[in-house]
Write a protein that binds this ligand. Structure first.
Ligand SMILES: NC(=O)c1ccc[n+]([C@@H]2O[C@H](COP(=O)([O-])OP(=O)(O)OC[C@H]3O[C@@H](n4cnc5c(N)ncnc54)[C@H](O)[C@@H]3O)[C@@H](O)[C@H]2O)c1
Length: 330
């Protein structure tokens, strides 16, 4: 997490993003345009998929005065999502209003009152100005969902995906509105991580892109502009870095612990690449690299690794299940 913050917030990287941003971002950002040509502020946001990312996005949107519908497949998942949201809001409230119990309880109640739950995607998007899809990372599942909601959502509604590894244009192809389709890539944990990568795919209109950029600011985030390139900015740089560290060990040029020590003490990173890989999840990294390799077989940066594949085959997924490159006690 800290590496990501460093990458995104150092003054050098801010300057780089300004250069790219000046090409992609139009300073006169507008909100969505309805069928009759009127401009409308985004006020109703539907988040589909109430897992780790969805719960965070719901919370941040509700906290910032948006009316939010959260859609998930089962009541059980919706309840779990609301438990995550509640816990996280309580944590934030304690910090925000340590000595003001009345304001604290108003903040919690106002935020929760802005959230509705729904099982049926077509019902959940019926009044949406913006949909943020955060379901499982699977193209077929995303296609099926977007086909359904494309028929049910208002024509002015903008669609986005929080995908980490799939091309936005590819996902948008099943809809009748690729011009109103973009990427909003949040970072985990969403309530704490300031960055949002706003992705302009081949057919995303400038108006849609500007709206998404402004929406991210309205959530209190720092948006950066990026085209629809594998991994967007952060993962595109971090995943090949972690893969090269793994290949380094495969070649027998150093061991994992020494590489981690070297990058922490020599490059000033708070985590080494193997610690970071365990934190992200080795299964997740394998999934991302395999997808990129399939689509770009000639790019050596995306080559699979035997050692990573073996770890995943053996069920070593990283910190989340107790063992990856390192062992964890909790
Ligand atoms: N986990 C991360 O660190 C991270 C970071 C950035 C982006 N992402 C992306 O965000 C998305 C979600 O990731 P996550 O980690 O929150 O996953 P998750 O597994 O925690 O949650 C996914 C949720 O989607 C629900 N779901 C699946 N299919 C559905 C459908 N058809 N309709 C409604 N709900 C459905 C599941 O029940 C589950 O609750 C993925 O595309 C992932 O690549 C993840």
């Amino acid at each position: 997490m800290s590496i990501l913050q460093r990458v995104t917030l150092s003054s050098a990287s801010k300057n780089i993003f300004k250069v790219y941003g000046s090409r992609l971002v139009n300073s006169t950002a507008k909100y969505c345009t309805t069928n009759d040509g009127k401009e409308k502020n985004i006020s109703n946001v539907t988040v589909i998929g109430g897992g780790l990312m969805g719960a965070g996005i719901v919370q941040v949107a509700a906290q910032n005065d948006f009316d939010v519908v959260i859609v998930d497949k089962e009541d059980e998942y919706l309840q779990k999502c609301m438990v995550m949201v509640r816990k996280s809001i309580d944590r934030i409230t304690k910090k925000k209003f340590p000595d003001e119990p009345k304001l604290a309880s108003k903040f919690v109640n106002d935020t929760l009152n802005r959230i509705k739950t729904e099982k049926e995607p077509s019902v959940g998007v019926a009044n949406a100005d913006l949909v943020i899809e955060a379901i499982t990372e699977n193209l077929d599942a995303k296609w099926k969902l977007f086909e359904v909601i494309d028929k049910a959502a208002p024509k002015h509604c903008i669609f986005t995906s929080n995908t980490s590894s799939l091309p936005i244009f590819e996902i948008s192809k099943v809809t009748s509105r690729p011009d109103k389709f973009g990427g909003l890539h949040f970072f985990n944990p969403v309530p704490l991580m300031k960055l949002v990568e706003v992705v302009k795919a081949e057919n995303t209109s400038q108006e849609t892109f500007d709206t998404l950029f402004q929406f991210s600011k309205d959530l209190g985030k720092i948006p950066v502009a990026c085209k629809d390139t594998p991994g967007f900015i952060v993962n595109r740089l971090l995943v090949p870095y972690m893969m090269e560290a793994i290949r380094f060990v495969e070649r027998g040029h150093a061991n994992a612990r020494d590489i981690d020590t070297a990058m922490k003490l020599g490059a000033g990173y708070p985590m080494g690449p193997f610690e970071l890989a365990d934190y992200v999840g080795l299964d997740t990294i394998k999934f991302i690299v395999d997808g990129w390799h399939k689509n770009n077989p000639d790019n050596p940066l995306f080559n699979p690794s035997e050692m990573l594949n073996r770890c995943v085959e053996m069920g070593k997924f990283g910190k989340k299940n107790g063992e990856g490159f390192y062992k964890y006690t909790n």
